[in-house]
Design a protein around this ligand. Structure first.
Ligand SMILES: Nc1ncnc2c1ncn2[C@@H]1O[C@H](COP(=O)(O)OP(=O)(O)OP(=O)(O)O)[C@@H](O)[C@H]1O
Ligand SMILES: C[C@@](O)(CCOP(=O)(O)OP(=O)(O)O)CC(=O)O
Length: 420
């Protein structure tokens, strides 16, 4: 380290999206390296609405590696953090900041400590893939700070060791996680299938059914599934390989009808696999099931499906509409069945609020005036479920990680490397 003073702090801030799988990852063949039993495919969500921001800093004054998540200091001792830190340090290169008079050699990185601050703009550990955006952002930001030369795909194999689904957050658009064959995991990485502009008609509405922390984490849930479910073996060996090829073609052709059928079928099979686990795991609840029925009824009443649904390891519904028109009709249906429990419509529909405007929803009276959807006209009276959805997030497919160069967006103080 050839430096004029010992008081410098070098920092990088990055922003990374979350993703939602349309062909699910569930089950590991190696727990430590996080190697899956099948390929998976996801859509990256627009970071304007759901994202992680992470600042990483290095300074000779730091005494140990430290991390703050959403403002609270957390331990970095977990194997997942240690794997990511070790792997990225192993690839660090020389860094020079002429303005600050700082020179760090490849070898120095092993001796220097890091400070990391991260913030999720959505609930953590609530089934909204915070671990995916979080580990992808950590690895991406550290890669930039340490001048790592590897491309996004190689970085994805490091993020994978933090949380499997994180590897798919290194790219925007549609992303495939290739399970790989090697025992050391070197070929288990993400590749981009299409960028976010390829299919930009799609609109995504997330019904946040519960933002409480879930009972069974994905990690322990999938461990129990691997140990006990015969259905998982059939899924991984016979079902998913074919579905991956089908989904790749569907995405290439922007074939929404097939996309909807396959996405719903794969979500349902993932939850069937959870039920086939001993003891069974229930991630969806009555509200989730009600949302499935609403979408199924509507799709069946139309010539072509209008919406796809998919649920991760929690009760929240991720609904993908074929275009803005379908999204507006979807919002009308959702608000008809799940009106807000308070008068605060503004915090009930967040993200891209223009979708609600398209649906003619500008205030509570518009919600109250919504007629029952035509597909249920023979089955009236239909029940309403006020308060069963916490809020809706309107979003769309989005871009991959970016650097935030404006220092005012950094989460650490540039003078002392502590949280702002
Ligand atoms: N911004 C972040 N940076 C680093 N790690 C994070 C970040 N956010 C979350 N994590 C890690 O991920 C854990 C939460 O992961 P978990 O899988 O339980 O929930 P989730 O990712 O929100 O839900 P799911 O994976 O089921 O969609 C946190 O306890 C923390 O260890
Ligand atoms: C249901 C899923 O969201 C499971 C995600 O599991 P995680 O990636 O959170 O699990 P770990 O690898 O143990 O950290 C499906 C998916 O994202 O493909």
């Amino acid at each position: 380290m050839a430096n004029e003073s010992q008081n410098w702090v070098l920092m990088v801030t990055a922003q990374t999206p979350t993703n939602i799988a349309v062909i699910k990852y569930w089950g590991k063949r190696d727990e430590t390296l996080i190697l899956p039993v099948n390929d998976s495919i996801s859509v990256t969500l627009d970071p304007n609405h759901l994202c992680t921001t992470t600042t990483v800093a290095v300074s000779p004054t730091f005494q140990q590696d430290r991390m703050w998540l959403n403002g609270k200091e957390i331990s970095l001792s977990a194997g997942r953090f240690q794997s990511c830190l070790r792997e990225i340090r192993g690839r660090a290169c020389d860094v020079e900041d002429k303005k600050k008079g700082v020179k760090i050699t490849k070898e120095d990185w092993g001796k220097l400590h890091l400070h990391i601050a991260s913030y999720n703009n959505f609930p953590t550990a609530a089934g909204l893939a915070s671990s995916a955006a979080g580990f992808a952002c950590l690895v991406y930001a550290l890669g930039k700070l340490m001048n790592v030369k590897e491309d996004e795909s190689q970085l994805s194999a490091i993020a994978r060791q933090g949380s499997g689904s994180a590897c798919r957050s290194l790219y925007g658009g549609f992303v495939k996680w290739i399970m790989g064959k090697e025992d050391n995991g070197s070929d288990s990485l993400a590749v981009q299938l299409a960028d976010e502009k390829h299919w930009d008609d799609l609109v995504i509405v997330i019904a946040v059914v519960s933002s409480r922390q879930k009972e069974t984490s994905s990690t322990s849930g999938m461990r129990e599934t691997v140990e006990t479910s015969l259905l998982l073996q059939h899924r991984a060996k016979d079902v998913v390989p074919k579905r991956i090829l089908q989904m790749e073609e569907i995405i290439r052709n922007r074939d929404f009808a097939s996309f909807s059928r396959l996405t719903c079928a794969d979500s349902n099979q993932f939850h069937a696999v959870c039920l086939d686990t001993s003891p069974p795991i229930f991630y969806m609840n009555d509200t989730s099931h009600r949302i499935i029925s609403i979408v199924e009824k509507w799709n069946r009443s139309e010539e072509d499906p209008q919406v796809a649904y998919t649920f991760d390891a929690g009760p929240n519904a991720v609904l993908i509409a074929r275009d803005r028109k379908a999204a507006a009709l979807l919002i009308q249906r959702l608000l008809y069945y799940f009106p807000p429990s308070s008068d605060d419509l503004d915090s009930y529909i967040i993200g891209d609020k223009s979708i609600a405007k398209d649906a003619g929803i500008n205030g509570i009276p518009d919600v109250e005036a919504l007629p029952p959807p035509p597909e249920i006209k023979d089955n009236i009276p239909s029940q309403k479920y006020k308060g069963d959805v916490s809020y809706f997030i309107c979003t769309r497919p989005g871009r991959g990680p970016v650097l935030l160069s404006d220092e005012s967006q950094a989460l650490l103080n540039g003078e002392n490397g502590l949280p702002k």
